[in-house]
Design a protein around this ligand. Structure first.
Ligand code: UDX
Length: 431
């Protein structure tokens, strides 16, 4: 199929690369000249396992190309994806200005029937908004559809190629058939539904997963008080197929570009429709508070943090990504700095220069080696569960730290083993 994708960001590039790999001819369009130039040379603007190879392979096969030219991107395409950013406004609402702008450009450049599919996570009703914008510019026939993505950063290529469900929201039989054909290589269930329902499925899924995380985090906080072990509680809960064993890892809360934004957006969508989504408000509150607990635990071990050197391992919002958007680690470092702590930080993938440019911290010292970052520190905080932290040399950590304190925000070590080695070890929901 002839496909164009508007928005060469995270969702757009993964979708484009995977659809090209499946044999389609894909062109990705973006307004960022620098990004498009780099992509033409096979350079990916962020780290995502497997994506660079896939894009380079399909550039060579001439299955994927990149352009700044909107007209070229719309010309002779059967399927046009909108995958532009939908950032959050200050009031928690979704900023649809990029979606609207792209819809207008598509309308101006359409010459024949095409399906315009929304991949960006957008409030219910946006499908119709896009339809009306295009209608103003183009009076031929076209269809609108919603086809939300469920890609996790760090495993997005795998997730695209191994979907658990495909949601097709459209009110036209022709577009339903074309989108079904597009996903023909996959054997997972396909849910055909209205545009509004498809848009809601995405929010409901992410909000539910966020709620699951906040729930287990509150259970963890109670576990600490009653002497129970949250890992074992979560494991046993997960054996019940009605609950399931995923997204029950207690820790310092969820972050990233989706959960925080989508939970707030759904809360706002409900409010704008005269409904108070009480549960979601609590989900956000629990998530914010969970980050504070780690700083409290650090104070429990070190006392006043003023001028105390503390090492933080992990800055990305989760492992296998360089993304720091709404990362719990960032909030924790900020809090420790506010309390007077002097921070050494290490992350295997995060771009330290970008953090410096964005003024994320006061005076953090960044290291390119995790062990070097420990020197003269009175405590180590684990903020992200990278594999290299799980496999770290514990005795070496103990030797390098000035005091053997570890506050583990991701429960990556065994408490009994840590105590045996001689660490003062605090984790989440385990004694
Ligand atoms: C999420 C959704 O999973 C994906 O379907 C959607 O389309 C985009 O948003 P992503 O943000 O990449 O994906 O990360 P995910 O793996 O879902 O984790 C989100 C956050 O929750 C991370 O900060 C992670 O550390 C945290 N988390 C996850 C927990 O704290 N505990 C868990 O058990 C699982």
């Amino acid at each position: 199929m002839e496909i164009s994708i508007f928005g060469a960001g995270y969702v757009g590039l993964v979708t484009g690369a995977c659809l090209a790999e499946l044999g389609n001819n894909v062109v990705c369009c973006d307004i960022d000249r620098n990004k498009i130039e780099r992509l033409k040379n096979g350079e990916i603007p962020f780290f995502e396992p497997g994506l660079k190879n896939l894009i380079n392979k399909n550039i060579k096969k001439k299955k994927i190309s990149f352009t700044l030219n909107l007209e070229e991107a719309v010309l002779a395409k059967e399927v046009i994806f909108i995958a532009v950013g939908t950032p959050q406004k200050k009031n928690g609402e979704v900023n649809l200005s990029y979606v609207k702008k792209v819809a207008k450009e598509i309308g101006k450049n359409l010459k024949k029937y095409a399906i315009i599919i929304n991949k960006s996570t957008v409030p219910v009703g946006t499908g119709n908004l896009v339809r009306n914008i295009i209608k103003k510019e183009y009076n031929g026939s076209f269809d609108i559809a919603s086809n939300p993505e469920f890609l996790r950063e760090g495993s997005a290529v795998f997730d695209f190629m191994n979907p658990e469900r495909i949601i097709i929201g459209t009110d036209s039989t022709e577009s339903k058939k074309i989108i079904k054909d597009l996903y023909e290589p996959f054997s997972c269930p396909v849910v055909n539904t209205k545009i509004e329902t498809a848009e809601m499925i995405k929010y409901a899924s992410n909000a539910f997963l966020a709620a699951k995380i906040s729930f287990i985090n509150e259970i963890a906080n109670v576990c600490e008080r009653v002497g129970a072990n949250v890992d074992e509680v979560a494991y046993a809960m997960g054996l019940d197929s009605r609950i399931g064993n995923k997204f029950l890892d207690a820790g310092i809360g969820y972050g990233g570009s989706c959960f925080p934004k989508d939970v707030r957006a759904l809360h706002n969508i409900a409010l704008n429709n005269n409904y108070k989504f009480k549960l979601l408000k609590a989900v956000v509150r629990v998530n914010n508070d969970q980050r504070l607990l780690l700083a409290e635990k650090t104070e429990r071990l070190l006392g006043d943090l003023k001028n105390k050197k503390i090492c933080v391992w992990g800055i990305s919002f989760k492992p296998n990504t360089d993304d720091t958007r709404e990362s719990a680690a960032i909030d924790i470092i900020n809090l420790l700095e506010k309390k007077g702590g002097k921070i050494n930080a290490y992350d295997p993938k995060v771009d330290y220069e970008k953090l410096r440019r964005d003024n994320k911290f006061k005076a953090v010292n960044f290291y390119s080696n995790k062990y070097d970052a420990l020197k003269n520190c009175q405590a180590l905080i684990i903020a992200t569960e990278w594999d290299e932290f799980k496999n770290a040399d514990l005795r070496k950590i103990k030797k390098l730290l000035q005091k053997p304190n570890i506050i583990d925000g991701r429960n990556i070590y065994n408490p009994d083993k840590m105590k045996k080695i001689g660490f003062n070890y605090l984790s989440v929901g385990r004694l």
